[in-house]
Design a protein around this ligand. Structure first.
Ligand code: GLN
Length: 447
């Protein structure tokens, strides 16, 4: 399996889905083989897997797609990755990503852009675009990404694979390089709901190293059409406008399929959704400005010389961070500064609260909520790079879920043909907190 995966990685080099190959993969695979020979039963024995490059794995480079961590080698392994390894998975490489997970297209990586396997002129989505492209191109059956505002679900949708953002706290964040700590979650990508279940059953659960992780033992299984009978589905009214024709058609077909399987479908309004992007960026950027303060060249990674410490730190951050990361550190610092805190950060937090209340009210009437994952399929490389607001708008359907901590799954449900090329379309299912299991049963029922 390892040889096949590595051969595929090599053959798919033009996609630029990986930042690095794990130099210890063969040794790790041999270790798993020895454990199996010794009689151990391992649920993921020998399964090759790729993890996003902001997830630490001992002895691998963890660059976060940034020049500032270019030569940084992890001295420890993230809990989620460690649990997969303990279950027999072999991490074969680290996936490309937008720098520090800030972006929706995997174009801001210091390692260059990742291409969408369905159309190499288009982006794979982001920020976990490397993970999504790797799974879509069949380099491995499964991969890990991280989702702060949609970074597992949106690239999953644009690459035609499944992507799960678990309930905040279900998967340990220990060893995940923080972007916005109150929003970040590690999540799996795969070709089938069943494979997501396999990974979640191994990865989820309390971790003493992450005090925000929850003691909710995973019980994932895939569903059958029986799981759809009597299911109460709400389609979010605010997500119906502004979609391409193919996205609208795919959403309609999904609702029809649910209805035919015996589910009831109704429209539900979540009025604060129109403020979700603004609130998200006014929370994510301040958290990022604080989290990224640790990258000053003194402890981690790249260091520029300077006449004194301040000069060295300044130059390190100026040269080490790309434009988007610098923009966010500045906006985030501004939004937290005295005199502006009340106007920006604290108002965003009020929207966050009201959004949560609206979702709670909606879940009194329905079991799952449905929206498109993205208003459009994969866009062309370069199309949004000069307009940050257009890039942020790509997250319109995904950020509310992170603000409220809810679990959500993107399911590949259709295609839209653009300029003669079929591009995948994803539909997002959202469940109440800790009901992640329901999402996989619904997805399994639709398969
Ligand atoms: N595109 C969003 C952002 O740039 C989400 C990124 C993510 O989920 N990591 O912040």
């Amino acid at each position: 399996l390892l040889d096949v995966a590595l051969a595929r990685v090599q053959a798919a080099a033009p996609l630029n889905a990986l930042v690095s190959v794990n130099p210890h993969a063969a040794q790790d695979a041999a270790g798993v083989a020895a454990r199996v020979d010794a009689g151990e039963t391992l649920p993921l024995a020998g399964l090759p897997i790729i993890v996003k490059d902001n997830i630490n794995v001992t002895g691998t480079r963890t660059t976060c797609g940034s020049r500032i961590l270019d030569r940084y080698v992890s001295p420890y392994t993230a809990t989620a990755a460690r649990r997969l390894q303990d279950a027999g998975a072999v991490i074969i490489g680290k996936a490309n990503m937008d720098e520090f997970a800030m972006g929706s297209s995997t174009e801001s990586s210091a390692s260059g852009p990742t291409l969408n396997p369905w159309d190499p002129a288009r982006v794979p989505g982001g920020s976990s675009g490397g993970s999504a492209a790797a799974v879509a191109a069949g380099l491995t059956a499964v991969a890990l990404g991280s989702d702060t505002g949609g970074s597992v679900r949106q690239p999953a949708a644009l690459c035609g694979v499944y992507g799960l953002k678990p309930t905040y706290g279900r998967v340990s964040r220990f060893g995940l390089v923080a972007y916005a700590s109150s929003l970040d979650q590690i999540g799996p990508l795969a070709h089938r709901a069943e494979d997501l279940a396999l990974l979640m059953n191994v990865m989820a659960g309390h971790d003493p190293h992450d005090p925000t992780s929850l003691d909710a033992p995973p019980a994932f299984r895939t569903g059958t059409p029986d799981d759809l009978r009597g299911l109460r589905v709400g389609v979010i009214r605010e997500s119906l406008d502004g979609n391409t024709a193919g996205v609208t058609a795919t959403l309609t077909a999904t609702l029809d399929a649910l209805h035919s399987a015996g589910a009831t479908v109704q429209e539900i309004s979540v009025p604060q959704l129109r403020y979700a992007i603004a609130a998200y960026y006014l929370i994510a950027m301040p958290e990022a400005s604080s989290n990224l303060a640790r990258f000053d060249g003194m402890v981690y990674g790249h260091r520029e010389p300077g006449s004194d410490v301040t000069a060295s730190m300044t130059l390190t951050r100026e040269r080490g961070f790309g434009r988007e990361v610098q923009r966010r550190i500045m906006i985030g610092t501004y939004a937290l500064s005295s005199g502006y805190y009340d106007a920006y950060y604290s108002r965003a937090m009020k929207i966050r609260r009201r959004l949560a209340d609206s979702f709670t009210a909606a879940f009194a009437h329905v079991d799952v909520l449905v929206t498109p994952t993205s208003p459009f399929p994969a866009f062309r490389r370069g199309e949004k790079t000069s307009d940050p607001l257009a890039m942020y708008a790509a997250d319109v359907d995904t950020v509310a879920v992170n603000l409220t901590g809810l679990p959500a799954l993107s399911v590949p449900m259709g295609f839209e043909t653009v300029d003669g090329t079929a591009l995948p379309v994803g539909i997002q299912f959202i469940a109440p907190a800790l009901n992640d299991e329901l999402l996989l049963r619904v997805a399994g029922g639709l398969e």
